[in-house]
Design a protein around this ligand. Structure first.
Ligand SMILES: Nc1ncnc2c1ncn2[C@@H]1O[C@H](COP(=O)(O)OP(=O)(O)O)[C@@H](O)[C@H]1O
Ligand SMILES: [Mg+2]
Length: 257
């Protein structure tokens, strides 16, 4: 089997005596759109937070492209090629949509010297390149017309697209999306899916947390299910649909608010 883009071994994250993520082992195959499901409180966001360095693991290891990246900071992981969006987007509300993107970390796309060491001419050139790139990414996510709007004034769905744009500024090869379609109208969800699939065809790997089972079953394969911090299912989307364990996890768990 080809080397997985992400290899997770026995990963645990405890909050006091409570294990939100409890001994998770998973491989994410390069080039897939993997769906991550599970009832509210299953540990999905915590798993993302540990994978992307927002939280330190209590135990276990994470390897990205065969390199041990356990416990690295979000910045380091972003540069290594892993980007993520947040369940609740948090843009700089009073800055414009374009400015928000220009502030986004550059990751692999921006491996340049700090501007401190550059001549003013080079700084201007770099800023122009950054602005051009931000405009290009905004057009890609269909927010071009909103470039000069305050980021705090766009709709919730547009904020989700801005979140995706922010991640794309860094050109990561692995993108983790936390509930990208939650609270987003069907038109914007359609755009989001189209963009995810286009990026996937370009070679990017996705892991997507989503509650909307139609979204998961139509666009994600394989599917992984978490419940109470543990992996309870891992397999194809069609097997997931036929699996009684998953029904239990959903019917038995608290309703997502
Ligand atoms: N920072 C934290 N401190 C204490 N408990 C937390 C923290 N973050 C998450 N939890 C708990 O961990 C469990 C999993 O949460 P979370 O990962 O957000 O679930 P999901 O994203 O699957 O809905 C929940 O019981 C939640 O209350
Ligand atoms: Mg969550």
């Amino acid at each position: 089997m080809a080397e997985p883009i992400l290899d997770i071994r026995d990963l645990t994250r405890a909050f006091g005596p409570f294990k939100a993520v409890d001994g998770v082992s998973l491989s994410i195959a390069r080039g897939t759109i993997t769906g991550l499901i599970g009832p509210n409180g299953a540990g999905k966001s915590t798993l993302f937070n540990v994978l992307t360095g927002e939280l330190a693991p209590t135990a276990g290891t994470v390897a990205l492209n065969g390199q041990d990246v356990t416990g690295l900071s979000p910045d380091r992981l972003f540069v290594a090629g892993m980007g993520r969006t947040f369940q609740i987007p948090r843009p700089f509300a009073r800055m414009s949509v374009l400015e928000n993107l220009m502030l986004a970390p550059q990751g692999q796309a921006g491996e340049t010297l700090p501007s401190l060491f550059l001549s003013p001419g080079k700084v201007r050139k770099q800023e122009r390149q950054l602005r051009d790139r931000a405009r290009e990414v905004l057009e890609f996510v269909t927010l071009g017309a909103l470039a000069d709007h305050p980021a705090g004034k766009i709709s919730g769905g547009q904020m989700k697209l801005l979140e995706l744009a922010r991640v794309l500024m860094g050109d990561p090869e692995l993108i983790l999306l936390d509930e990208p379609a939650a609270g987003v109208n069907p038109t914007l969800t359609g755009i989001l899916i189209e963009k995810i699939e286009e990026l996937n065809r370009q070679g990017k790997t996705f892991v997507i947390i989503e509650h909307d089972m139609d979204f998961i079953m139509s666009h994600c394969d394989p599917v992984i299910a978490l419940a109470e911090g543990k992996v309870i299912f891992q397999g194809s989307a069609s097997d997931a649909q036929a699996n009684p364990l998953l029904l239990d996890a959903y019917l038995g768990g608290p309703v997502h608010g």
